[in-house]
Design a protein around this ligand. Structure first.
Ligand code: TRP
Length: 327
């Protein structure tokens, strides 16, 4: 069973991407033959800067490898380098009902966010995603909650294709990362995201000082913050971050200390900052080494493209045969 997932080259990775997705990918690549794709064709469906695109792709590749994606085990490549994906998108477009695409929550949200560029690509985004997955006949697809609806559509497209043209694809399953929702530092009701400004997230490249600085202004349990009650750790965004990096002994100390107001938020934040910095240190070290040799990174991507294309071409020929487009 093949695993496939994609990530957009939209800039620096933050701990939400790391704990919510990539750390899980690193584990899963031990269990399944895995394909990880930098989805530049998805990224251009909203306004972007062409001048920084290549840099973002290179940096994301470096980040992924620094986090532990192993190009010797897994295929790592850039979406636009495998044109078969856009070819299959066109084919799948012909069996995708427009009504289904209109229902997609992400399309509605992004249309509202960028009313000046509600384009066909944004509308077709889920079909390109289906093509990504089906091209490699992937069955295991780790995604965030926001992509589950797209996966459902992929399954529907899969059934429709098989029914219309004969059994070709297997229905993929999404797997959600445990504890995958990492929330904004300043607004715990929102998902951590790069678009809300650097004070709202911790980037993988933040120094220990920056991490502490960002945490010191971060929201904690609202009741404790108003000083009306001692803290309730489970209502505190930072306690959830602690669960990702702190030992069970530390968690116990914090939970009890917070409830009895024996420790202050500052002490709790200091410990969290130290533990986060410790977790990120080896990634940052590896990142620095990798960044010294961009040619090697480009070679990894070129090798990945070659491997991906081989699989993609084989699937596309099978699809075209089934559809009477070639003999
Ligand atoms: N749309 C996904 C996201 O933004 C990325 C993606 C593109 C993807 N193609 C995919 C994820 C295929 C899983 C499978 O998160």
């Amino acid at each position: 069973m093949t695993l496939f997932s994609g990530i957009q080259p939209t800039g620096l990775l933050h701990i939400g991407n790391y704990f919510g997705a990539i750390k899980n990918w690193v584990k899963l690549q031990e269990k399944y033959p895995s394909i990880f794709c930098i989805v530049d064709y998805h990224a251009i469906t909203v306004p972007y800067d062409p001048k920084t695109m290549q840099d973002k792709i290179l940096n994301l590749t470096i980040d992924l490898i620094a986090c532990g994606i192993d190009p010797k085990k897994s295929i790592l490549f850039v979406q636009s380098q495998v044109p078969e994906a856009t070819e299959l998108t066109w084919i799948l477009n012909t069996i995708t009902p427009i009504g289904e695409l209109r229902r997609m929550t992400q399309f509605k949200d992004k249309s509202q966010e960028h009313p000046e560029s509600v384009n066909m690509g944004l509308f077709d985004y889920p079909v390109l995603m289906a093509a990504d997955i089906l091209l490699y006949k992937a069955q295991i697809v780790p995604v965030g909650e926001d992509q589950v609806q797209h996966l459902e559509l992929t399954r529907e497209i899969t059934r429709k294709f098989n029914k219309t043209f004969g059994q070709t694809f297997l229905e993929p399953k999404s797997i959600l990362t445990q504890g995958s929702r990492i929330m904004s530092l300043t607004d715990p009701a929102k998902k951590m995201s790069k678009s809300s400004g650097p004070e709202t997230y911790i980037s993988l490249s933040d120094s220990p000082e920056t991490i502490f600085k960002k945490l010191s202004t971060a929201m904690t349990d609202p009741a404790r913050q108003r000083k009306t009650d001692p803290g309730t750790p489970d209502k505190c965004n930072l306690y959830h971050l602690h669960k990702l990096v702190s030992s069970s002994k530390e968690l116990d100390y914090i939970a009890k200390g917070c409830q009895k107001a024996q420790i202050g938020c500052l002490e709790c934040k200091k410990l969290l900052a130290d533990n986060l910095a410790r977790e990120l240190a080896p990634i940052q070290k590896k990142r620095k080494e990798l960044a010294e040799n961009p040619e090697k990174i480009k070679k990894i991507l070129a090798d990945g493209t070659e491997q991906a294309r081989k699989i993609a071409q084989k699937t596309l020929i099978e699809v075209k045969k089934k559809m009477g487009l070639t003999d």
